[in-house]
Design a protein around this ligand. Structure first.
Ligand SMILES: [Zn+2]
Ligand SMILES: [Zn+2]
Length: 480
């Protein structure tokens, strides 16, 4: 047996530990920057496994970095563990039922994401031990992916500067290497201030902050026609100024999330929306305070690293599911509006081999995807955003998706939460850990590949150093 397969084998040997961590984090869902249970569990386990751990990474209490090995290359493996607000859900139940009404839940599978990355880090450590090779593995505990830009703040403060490459994954319903970019985004909160008064007796004395909010939103609806089609603009009114219609609302807050294909366009969009907010304040005689909350870069794809991941995914394969797991998946599929499989189909467009194509078409209809999709010859971007974007412009970065949920499951749904502790989710997670570990081992043994990945990144950025979209004086939104 090769050292590589022996090292990957540790993932099966330690699967109870790995699945136990994932389940424990599922059982204790924590929102971004409040992941005390998850971070504590990882830090203790990593220390017990022989990693050196730096806690409070860049001053963030639930961020950490665990490392093992000496010298270069330094390969980073990125983990997440935050949950989503309002998605509390009983495990394995095929109907929507919260464990705790309004409580958080793992609707993005970050319990699995972190534990799969942990599995990979364990195997890479084992490889370094067995082979005695030069090189370091770093496991990054990255808090607050959901709306908190944890990696963005860590990147701004230099946490990833020494990395030669970063690898990660995301739970999903497909087994594929991500080939494309994501959208850059800005999250800005507009705080309007007016003057309260009796809405019936002396309306002329009032200046309504709620009116300003509404006019701002109307202004933005008109803006939508004049932005590029990939842009996305979303908002949530956080404060409507109280519950009394008879009082002119003196305060109102609206939080905007704006996305564009790259940072320059996102910045431009943000400036235009800032102007609309100022216009709304002017129209209503109120004032507006513009608060920067967070921002992230679009992901810079790295074909060189994606190919290393694809080779390992092709070799190790996708998870193989039992008939019980397929029936379990089907029972959830009947409860949902299935997501379109257009993305899946786009990845098999270019497959010319008849038999391979027929197998993939069959897999496209299955309740659980069990085949590895080919690496797309063209970059296929997503309309989502991820704080992995900021890492990808600091060091070459690539990621995969592995099937941990029924085919067609929407992300951030109660169904995704419900299946998060199932045997099929565990299988996908362990398999993701193996593929990432295999790719990291290949990079440790092939300095030319590492150099090629860096050269590709420099080519794409034009050699321009990373400029964080987050101003230096902005603190992570820990209290939000
Ligand atoms: Zn998410
Ligand atoms: Zn996620």
């Amino acid at each position: 047996m090769s050292i590589k397969s022996e090292a990957i084998g540790i993932i099966d040997k330690k699967k109870d530990l790995i699945c136990g961590i994932s389940d424990s984090i599922w059982d204790h869902p924590e929102l971004g920057y409040h992941e005390d249970h998850a971070a504590g569990l990882y830090v203790d386990t990593l220390r017990a496994e022989g990693f050196e751990v730096e806690t409070d990474l860049k001053g963030i209490p639930t961020a950490f970095c665990a490392s093992y090995g000496q010298g270069r290359p330094i390969i980073g493996i990125l983990a997440e563990y935050d949950a989503l607000s309002g998605l509390s859900q009983e495990a394995d139940l095929t109907e929507k039922k919260a464990i705790c009404d309004g409580g958080p839940g793992h609707g993005c599978g970050h319990n699995l994401l972190g534990a799969g990355a942990f599995a990979a880090a364990l195997a890479v450590k084992q490889y370094i031990e067995l082979s005695g090779c030069e090189g370091t593995v770093r496991f990054y505990g990255c808090p607050a992916e959901e709306g908190g830009a944890g990696k963005g703040f860590l990147a701004r403060d230099g946490a990833f500067d020494e990395l030669d490459a970063a690898l990660t994954w995301h739970p999903g319903d497909m087994n594929a290497v991500s080939s494309g970019s994501t959208l850059a985004n800005y999250q800005i909160c507009y705080h309007f201030k007016g003057r309260s008064s009796h809405a019936g007796i002396s309306p002329e004395l009032g200046r309504s902050a709620l009116d300003a909010c509404e006019l701002m939103n109307v202004g933005v609806q008109f803006l939508r026609e004049h932005v590029s089609t990939q842009c996305r603009i979303h908002y949530a009114i956080l404060d409507t100024g109280g519950r009394a219609p008879g009082v002119v609302q003196a305060n109102a807050d609206v939080l905007y999330l704006m996305r564009a294909p790259d940072l320059a366009e996102a910045r431009d969009l943000r400036e235009r929306i800032d102007d609309i907010a100022r216009g709304a304040a002017l129209m209503t005689g109120t004032s507006v305070d513009i608060e920067f909350v967070k921002a992230c870069s679009n992901i810079l794809p790295n074909r060189t690293l994606s190919q290393v991941l694809q080779a390992n995914m092709d070799e190790l394969g996708a998870p193989v599911f039992t008939d019980e797991e397929k029936a379990y998946a089907e029972s959830f599929r009947t409860t949902m509006e299935l997501k379109s499989n257009a993305y899946y189909m786009s990845l098999i467009n270019d497959v010319t081999d008849e038999a391979e194509r027929a197998a993939l078409l069959k897999d496209a209809e299955a309740p659980l995807h069990e085949l590895v999709l080919p690496l797309s010859p063209v970059e296929r971007s997503s309309a989502a955003s991820s704080d992995v974007g900021d890492v990808s412009v600091v060091c070459p970065t690539a990621q995969i998706s592995m099937a941990t949920m029924p085919a067609g499951t929407a992300m951030h749904s109660w169904q995704e939460v419900a299946v998060g502790k199932s045997s099929l989710a565990h299988k996908g997670m362990l398999q993701a850990g193996k593929v990432i570990a295999g790719a990291a081992m290949d990079l440790l043994m092939d300095p030319d590949r590492v150099k090629a990945a860096k050269a590709e990144m420099d080519r794409r950025t034009g050699g321009k150093a990373f400029e964080s979209p987050i101003p230096a004086d902005v603190k992570p939104p820990m209290g939000r």
